[in-house]
Write a protein that binds this ligand. Structure first.
Ligand code: PMP
Length: 397
């Protein structure tokens, strides 16, 4: 039967990296996949992670299975990172967390949970959204629709369109919100806009699923949880998908978490029992290594301080590249305004490049950008900025 199959199309983002790897041009630049790179263009292992691994390897005594929900201490640390250790939600036992293989694993467990355990079947995502969201939710059998988010005219948030759409959603529908560093646009609501969004979500009776893959990449650990906190202040039930791929640089270790907030501790406990059932028939129980790293770092005051400094360094480098990009584009293409790139946050920006321009950049200059024009700012370095900006100015002129 396999010979009946036609080739499946390559993944929209990871497929580009495959093409990049096959490109023989020694000056090629990959700005497609969302992976942090340092000034040398290398995705480093954080020194805090190396130290945690050293401790884990010298102390580990078994390779037996983890519980279905993962390491209990890890789950506790996840919730403390989301809410702060003294948050009333945690004291009231209203939140539970399960360890998952990456943020993708968390989203898939959430989707299975919604589809099989909740009365709703519908999820709303922003237009645009991360290219893998529709795949994950379709695989779980959810019905999908999108709400306005990006205003292409201003390259800013279309708050009015978003709120008007929320007002049309049915009670019980799930709305996916990007916690910070919106992927792919880099546009986040302000603190006041978050309050407004939270209030509308609450009054429509929606269930928010907050995708939180970049905590610490915008302004800082606590500042980046502003939107999540605004939601939890007004909405009793919330799902949160965390990923530690980016902020701990643990991409290949596949470590994330799904947190469920309920109206009281009994609702949270019931949610946990069902999340475990969803996990058991999927991957049974999670891998240990990434969770051990995260819990070791977050549980040790000096390692945590070191990690926060390393995270700040990554964030500052990305923001520095935003400034350098805007400055260099101003020199190379003074007629075109790229100022919006400076205000966007996180790894990604919508460059405004068209599909044709993106194709031309790949074919003529071996510069790999996702078809939507999304660029991974973390892939820009002082060494490739001139080549990048002169190629872009060539295709837009
Ligand atoms: N959500 C968003 C918005 C993302 O950008 C990503 C990673 N690209 C994920 C979730 C999933 O992250 P992970 O690699 O941890 O599965």
């Amino acid at each position: 039967m396999l010979d009946q199959l036609e080739l499946a199309p390559p993944d929209a983002i990871l497929g580009l990296t495959e093409a990049f790897n096959h490109d023989s041009n020694s000056n090629k630049i990959n700005l497609s996949v969302g992976v942090y790179k340092n000034e040398q263009g290398v995705t480093p292992i954080l020194p805090s992670v190396k130290e945690a691994e050293r401790r884990i390897l010298s102390e580990e005594s078994t390779k037996s299975y983890l519980p279905i929900s993962g390491l209990a201490t890890y789950s506790q640390r996840v919730m403390e990172l989301l809410f702060g250790a003294d948050h009333g939600l945690l004291k009231a036992g209203r939140a539970v967390s399960v360890q998952t293989p990456g943020g993708t694993g968390a989203l898939r467990v959430a989707a299975d949970f919604i589809k099989t355990r909740l009365p709703t079947n519908k999820i709303w995502t922003s237009a645009p959204t991360w290219a893998n969201h529709p795949n994950i939710f379709a695989a779980a059998g959810l019905e999908q629709d999108s709400y306005p988010y990006l205003d292409p005219a201003t390259n800013g948030l279309n708050l009015e369109g978003m709120l008007a759409c929320i007002d049309q959603m049915s009670a019980g529908d799930v709305i996916l919100l990007h916690g910070c560093c919106h992927n792919p646009s880099g546009i986040d609501p302000t603190a006041d806009q978050w309050k407004e969004i939270a209030s509308r979500v609450q009054s429509r009776g929606l269930l928010p699923l907050v995708d939180f893959a970049y905590q610490g990449f915008s302004e800082g650990i606590e500042q980046d949880a502003r939107g999540l906190h605004a939601i939890c202040e007004q909405v009793a039930e919330v799902l949160i998908a965390s990923s530690y791929s980016k902020n701990f640089g643990l991409y290949r270790e596949r470590i994330g978490a799904l947190t469920a907030v309920g109206g009281d501790s009994a609702a949270a406990a019931a949610a946990l029992s069902h999340l475990k059932a969803c996990i058991r028939c999927n991957y049974s129980n999670p891998p240990a290594h990434g969770a051990e790293i995260v819990q070791t770092i977050l549980g040790d005051a000096s390692l945590r301080q070191q990690w926060e400094a390393e995270l700040t360094e990554m964030r500052d480098r990305i923001n520095g590249m935003r400034d350098l990009f805007v400055k260099t584009m101003k020199e190379q293409a003074p007629d075109r305004n790229f100022e919006f790139i400076r205000t966007q946050r996180g790894m990604f920006s919508f460059s405004g490049l068209t599909k044709e321009q993106v194709t031309q950049l790949r074919d003529e200059d071996s510069i790999y950008i996702v078809g939507s024009g999304r660029i991974n700012v973390a892939g820009i370095t002082p060494a490739n900025i001139d080549q990048l900006c002169s190629a872009i100015s060539k295709v837009i002129s």
